[in-house]
Write a protein that binds this ligand. Structure first.
Ligand code: BTN
Length: 253
């Protein structure tokens, strides 16, 4: 049949009370051929939650901590923009529950009230230039209280509860996320990042703003000129040069 096959997100589900990291569990299961495409590993708590760039991810009870396994027939360079696609999908899902605008921060943070409420960690297992599988880890601070967040993070991180004063049903938020991820992934396989670029830009917290991007051990400061069709951030430096950044951390200013 022509065209990419449709992947069902959440087709298989492993529910854990506590684990080290759902990404690690999903990775091992995928390695052993025990996790179908679209299958998820979800835990109520993680003891060794992983963030991007080797950072730790606080994962107490009250959040959504899950990983999805995918077996895309794509080149490695075409898998990288998936973290933007998934951040956008998570933002759209959360927006169904709240009225305050949910934003995305390139490459893969989801912000609420200017603070991080969710993050994506994409891990790719390759053999030579081929993709064996991709584990997409998604962490959402749903019902976390202020004391659940490390003091050092309280000015940068938040939760749906902290921003709205309301508690949310984790299963309802999970189904919205899986539905949006499934839709965004199908769209991505059809159109590439091109078809999602405009939507990403519309939700982008820093478009047109002065930013500093920490990338490959150095800082680049300039004006955010938006995202290109491959998901790269375009930056206009102070000397007028236009550069493209494939991965990094964006800070305001
Ligand atoms: C980041 O923004 O740095 C990415 C955070 C990703 C956290 C999620 S929680 C579920 C999955 N398991 C992990 O260990 N990390 C991801």
């Amino acid at each position: 049949e022509p065209g990419p096959r449709k992947v069902r997100f959440g087709s298989q589900r492993l529910q854990l009370d506590e684990t080290s990291s759902t990404n690690t569990v999903a990775w091992e299961m995928a390695d052993q051929g025990r996790l179908a495409e679209g299958g998820i590993v979800i835990a109520a708590r993680q003891t060794q939650g992983k963030g991007r760039r080797g950072r730790r991810w606080e994962s107490p009870a009250g959040g959504l901590w899950l990983s999805i396994v995918l077996y895309p027939e794509l080149q490695v360079r075409d898998v990288v923009p998936l973290s933007l696609v998934f951040a956008l999908a998570v933002a759209c899902a959360l927006q169904r529950f709240i009225t305050a605008p949910v934003k995305v921060k390139w490459p893969n943070d989801v912000l609420l009230g200017g603070k991080k409420v969710a993050g994506i960690l994409l891990e790719i297992n390759t053999e030579f230039d081929m993709i064996k599988y991709v584990v997409a880890g998604i962490g959402v601070n749903v019902n976390l209280r202020a004391e659940d967040l490390p003091a050092a993070l309280r000015d940068q991180a938040t939760s749906l509860y902290l921003e709205t004063g309301q508690e949310f049903d984790l299963e309802a938020v999970l189904s919205a996320i899986l539905a949006e991820l499934e839709k965004a992934y199908a769209r991505y396989l059809e159109t590439g990042f091109k078809g999602l670029r405009r939507q990403f830009m519309e939700r982008c917290a820093h478009f047109g703003q002065p930013v500093t991007v920490h990338t490959q051990g150095r800082d680049l400061s300039g004006i955010d000129q938006g995202i290109d069709d491959h998901g790269c951030l375009r930056l206009k430096l102070k000397d007028g040069r236009l550069v493209r950044v494939t991965a990094g951390d964006v800070m305001p200013g």
